[in-house]
Design a protein around this ligand. Structure first.
Ligand code: BG6
Length: 318
C-alpha cells in the first residue's frame, strides 16, 4: 500500500510543521511588544522588531532586513513588489548580505553572484531589549553546503540594533586553519521619492571604479546625481554618505565602520526591465548605497581572527 500522503496533504502538513517551528521560535525569542515572529510570503519566517523610534522586519532566509520604518516617516528601505520570497533565492530590496564575495566570484563566475550568505537560511541566536533599543542576532556557520561553494571554515554573525537609528554589524570570523580573503557588502536599497531629485553628498573627491566601463578609474567631482544607469565602487572611502531627497523632503545618513568601499547602484530602465524580480518603474524610487569592502579593499583574515563591518542608518525630515 502506498503510504505517501497526497500532495495537498503533504503541503498542509509541511505548513503545520512550519507553524510549529515558528511557535517554538516565538516562545524562545519573542519579547512582548518588541520582538515577534511571523510568517512571510511562502511561509518564510520573519522577525519583527518594534521600538519607540521605529520598526524593522528581518527575514531569516538571507539574514536580510526587508523593512525599516522610522516612526512618523515613510519606509527608509526599498523592497521590490516583484521579490520572489523563495528559499535560496535573493530577495530584491532591503539589505541583502553580500558575502564572502561581492559581485561575481573572481575566479568562478558560475558561482552565485554576491556570494551565498544572501541565499542561505540563517539561525536566530538572540533577541534582547535594553531601554529603547531592540536587539537581534543571527548566525551562519560553515557547513557541507557552504564548503562546496567556498572551502573555508567561518562563523558569520549579523547583529541588528533598532533604536533612534538602525545599526547592522556583520562580523566574520575565520574558524579554520588557513587564512582567507573576503569581499562583502551590506547592500542597502534606499527608498527615495524621485531618483532625479536626489543629491548624494559625501563622495566628492573620492576615486571610483566604474563597473559600466570595465572598472575604469575615475574621480567624483562635486555631489552625485543620478539620471542614468550607475554602478560604481568608490574605494578608500570611509566617510558618511547623506542622501538629500527633496521630493520626500528627507535626509538619510549612511554612516559606517570597518568599511572602505561605498557602492552606488541604480539599474535604470532597461536593466530594471530585464530583471524578473524588479518593478519596471522601481528604479525611479530607489538607490543602493552599499557599505562594502570590495575590489582592492578586500579583507584578509588569518586563522582565529575576525572583522566587523557596520552601517548605521538614520534619517530626518528636511
Ligand atoms: C550591485 C553591483 O552591488 O548589485 C551591480 O555593483 C549588480 O553590478 C547589483 O548588478 C545587483 O546585483 P544582483 O545580483 O542582486 O542582481
Amino acid at each position: 500500500m502506498d503510504t505517501k500522503p497526497a500532495p495537498a496533504l503533504q503541503q498542509q502538513r509541511s505548513g503545520m510543521e512550519q507553524n510549529d517551528r515558528l511557535d517554538a521560535l516565538q516562545a524562545q525569542f519573542g519579547i512582548i511588544g518588541r520582538v515577534s515572529l511571523e510568517q512571510g510570503r511562502n511561509d518564510l519566517p520573519l522577525v519583527r522588531l518594534n521600538g519607540r523610534h521605529g520598526q524593522a522586519l528581518v527575514s531569516l532566509e538571507g539574514g536580510q532586513v526587508i523593512d525599516y520604518t522610522p516612526t512618523g516617516q515613510p519606509p527608509l528601505l526599498w523592497l521590490s513588489q516583484q521579490s520572489r520570497f523563495q528559499p535560496a533565492t535573493p530577495i530584491r530590496g532591503g539589505i541583502p548580505i553580500c558575502w564572502p564575495w561581492f559581485g561575481d566570484h573572481p575566479d568562478h563566475p558560475q558561482l552565485p553572484a554576491h556570494g551565498f550568505a544572501r541565499i542561505s537560511r540563517w539561525q536566530l541566536l538572540e533577541t534582547r531589549v535594553e531601554g529603547d533599543s531592540t536587539y537581534l542576532q543571527l548566525g551562519l556557520d560553515s557547513s557541507a553546503e557552504s564548503r562546496a561553494l567556498w572551502p573555508h571554515d567561518f562563523q558569520l554573525r549579523l547583529s541588528i540594533c533598532l533604536d533612534q537609528q538602525l545599526t547592522l554589524t556583520l562580523s566574520s570570523r575565520n574558524t579554520g586553519g588557513r587564512p582567507f580573503t573576503i569581499t562583502e557588502a551590506l547592500h542597502s536599497y534606499f527608498r527615495v521619492g524621485d531618483i532625479e531629485q536626489l543629491t548624494i553628498h559625501g563622495l566628492e573627491g573620492f576615486s571610483y571604479r566604474d563597473k559600466l566601463q570595465s572598472l575604469q578609474e575615475k574621480t567624483q567631482v562635486g555631489d552625485l546625481r543620478i539620471s542614468a544607469e550607475t554602478d560604481r565602487v568608490y574605494l578608500d572611502s570611509a566617510s558618511t554618505v547623506r542622501l538629500s531627497d527633496s521630493s520626500l523632503q528627507r535626509q538619510i545618513h549612511v554612516a559606517k565602520r570597518g568599511s572602505l568601499s561605498t557602492v552606488v547602484w541604480n539599474p535604470w530602465d532597461q536593466k530594471a526591465r530585464a530583471m524578473v524580480d524588479f518593478d519596471d518603474q522601481g528604479f525611479r524610487q530607489m538607490v543602493c548605497i552599499e557599505t562594502a569592502n570590495a575590489l582592492s579593499n578586500r579583507i584578509e583574515l588569518a586563522p582565529g581572527t575576525s572583522h566587523q563591518l557596520s552601517c548605521i542608518l538614520s534619517s530626518e525630515a528636511g
